[in-house]
Design a protein around this ligand. Structure first.
Ligand code: PAF
Length: 281
């Protein structure tokens, strides 16, 4: 496995590897969710590249950029064991050289839900992902459905900018008790972790209600809210039932929709989502 830090070395190194190249962009502190993306990439592509970069531009001024968990030696050994060919671990200066002033906005999709709570977040994500895609020039790039809005923002950006890459969305990986894996779970105390299960419980209940014939977005979101409220000590940011492509709220489900949920547990923000599939008529 080769580890490179500069764009020049990345290009030279990747030129020695066979195409088709797949990229798994990450912010490090890798867990089984990331490794599931790497496994999928390994199965699909001749060459697997992983980027590890905690991107400052997607964090707000009061967010956790400084304390975001980092463990590069641990990440490299997980990548090595997972059969990664090339790790790109650039510095902030490589990604944002002095004078860098271009930003990418995916208007509309970037503004709702996470975008409302974290203004500027998706501008940072879209900008860094566009840079990574141009630097690696992979044929495919792999993203988790756990960050469902991010996945849709990236898909839209790739379509609108006619970037020659296929975006592959991969299912969320969960602990046995249902908690979606996230690097930020490392912040949770045992009690907070227990309370955080309300998110996956609310989503699962929504799935069961829809499978049982419930079609009304408001009833589903009211139920999700009440499950979170019952748990106590959780501050809900939003619970929504949306169209998976536009992320606009759905009033009556006639086809697959997506339930989105986000809450704060102590000082930790957690997000989760699930597909809502109405029964066939
Ligand atoms: O999902 C993440 O880890 C990040 O948002 C990403 C896509 C690597 C961009 O920094």
């Amino acid at each position: 496995m080769k580890v490179v830090e500069t764009v020049g070395d990345l290009r030279k190194t990747l030129a020695e590897y066979p195409r088709l190249i797949g990229l798994v962009p990450t912010m490090g502190y890798l867990h089984q969710g990331h490794l599931s993306l790497v496994r999928r990439c390994r199965a699909d592509c001749a060459t697997v590249a992983v980027s590890i970069f905690v991107n400052p531009t997607q964090f707000g001024p009061d967010e956790d950029y400084q304390r975001y968990p980092r463990d590069v030696p641990g990440d490299l050994s997980l990548c090595e064991n997972a059969g990664v060919d090339v790790v790109f671990a650039p510095t902030v200066e490589q990604m944002y050289p002095p004078g860098d002033s271009t930003l990418i906005e995916v208007q509309g999709l970037q503004d709702r839900w996470e975008g409302e709570v974290r203004p500027g977040h998706f501008r940072g994500v879209a900008t860094v992902v566009a840079k990574l895609l141009r630097m690696v020039c992979s044929e495919r790039a792999y993203f988790g459905e756990k960050d469902f809005q991010q996945l849709q923002v990236v898909r839209r950006m790739v379509r609108d900018l006619v970037l020659d890459v296929e975006i592959v969305g991969c299912p969320t990986v969960r602990d046995e008790d249902g908690l979606a894996l996230s690097s930020r779970n490392a912040y949770l105390s045992a009690d907070e972790r227990q309370r955080a299960l309300a998110l996956s419980r609310a989503l699962q209940t929504a799935q069961q209600m829809v499978a049982g014939g419930e079609q009304h977005g408001v009833k589903l979101t009211a139920m999700m809210r009440s499950i979170v409220a019952q748990t106590g000590a959780l501050q809900l940011d939003y619970a929504a039932v949306v169209d998976p492509g536009t992320l606009e709220p759905v009033e009556v489900l006639s086809q697959e929709a997506r339930a989105l949920i986000a809450a704060r547990v102590g000082t930790t923000r957690l997000i989760d989502n699930a597909a809502l599939v109405p029964p066939a008529e």
